[in-house]
Design a protein around this ligand. Structure first.
Ligand code: SF4
Length: 314
């Protein structure tokens, strides 16, 4: 990407979103929260008022230029140096991007403004929305996310529940698992109860693998991570951060679960094979048969990318 790009960066490669072109809509750091684990450092003064920080036409112009030079994108991801939904006009930008390309649009947000109807409305055209939920109780939410005054835990949860009712796209809740902070059984059960009310399509567990300037944050132990996956899998499909792939162990309907994922982005065949092997851990000989049966449904086809086979929708 050319150095003169001000808003667009990447594409960056991640296991969750493949090749993703990033669009940063905010001046650093503009946030409604001041998370313990934030890589951007402390929120010096909260921003809670939505604004068009930069002219929307300028941002769109850059996205258009970037699309001309990047042909193999899996996602265009709106993300910010802070809370993405503080950008007023993101709904217009998403609608315009959809006129330019069929590449799906994801929005990474802390979700704190979803209690506002106009914020939910601006997100309706996104293909995937990834809001944060790091705690299942007010006390822990205040400890981890440290929101601006006036933003409450209940408001956050109500916003997520309301959004789920209105939104037809993929709702992937991001849970940052912090060693010794939100990885106890009690914290995880609280979280599971709230997730059950929200009913997301998936939960992406993420780990604090990058340094947080403000204070030392610990990774959860392997045992705590396993326990988090076990508890949260009772209410939602959970993506294991270590595998970086899908966890199909508790999917009620394997074909539908895989269709939901492949219809959003191409899936590496070996990742899929691994997820199926985990599901049939006791009967490893079944994996090839299951793969063949899934493929024989005619829903998927295979494409090669960098010598690697991927499944896409037919
Ligand atoms: S929501 Fe994101 S940007 Fe805001 S403080 Fe938390 S981690 Fe940092």
């Amino acid at each position: 990407m050319s150095d003169c790009m001000k808003y667009v960066f990447g594409p960056i490669s991640s296991k969750r979103l493949g090749q993703s072109l990033g669009v940063d809509l905010l001046p650093p750091k503009s946030c409604t929260w001041n998370c313990l684990y934030c890589q951007l450092g402390k929120t010096r003064s909260f921003v809670t008022e939505r604004q068009e920080f930069f002219p929307r036409e300028d941002i769109l112009e850059e996205i258009g230029q970037a699309l001309k030079v990047n042909r193999n994108l899996d996602w265009i991801t709106f993300v910010g140096s802070g809370e993405t939904m503080l950008y007023k006009g993101i709904g217009w930008l998403i609608a315009q991007v959809k006129k330019l390309t069929t590449v799906p649009v994801a929005v990474i947000t802390n979700g704190s403004l979803l209690y506002l109807p106009e914020v939910r409305e601006e997100l309706l055209q996104a293909d995937a929305v990834l809001p944060s939920l790091n705690a299942g109780s007010e006390a822990l939410h205040n400890k981890i996310d440290r929101p601006a005054s006036g933003l409450t835990f209940q408001q956050h949860v109500d916003g997520l529940v309301a959004f789920r009712h209105e939104y037809q796209g993929m709702l992937w809740i991001e849970v940052m698992l912090l060693g010794g902070i939100n990885d106890s059984d009690e914290a995880l059960h609280d979280l599971a109860r709230v997730l059950q009310q929200i009913n997301p399509d998936m939960v992406h567990l993420v780990l604090p693998t990058r340094p947080a300037p403000e204070q030392e944050i610990r990774l959860p132990s392997d045992e705590r991570l396993e326990q988090a996956i076990a508890i949260l899998s009772e209410v939602a499909m959970v993506v294991n951060p270590l595998k970086g792939n899908m966890d199909l162990r508790s999917a009620p309907d394997l074909l539908e679960a895989i269709t939901a994922i492949v219809s959003r982005h191409p899936v590496q065949q070996r990742e899929l094979q691994k997820a199926i092997a985990d599901r049939f851990a006791a009967e490893s000989t079944k994996v090839d048969d299951v793969m063949q049966t899934l493929f024989a449904t005619g829903r998927f086809s295979r494409v090669e990318h960098n010598g690697e086979p991927y499944w896409v929708m037919r």
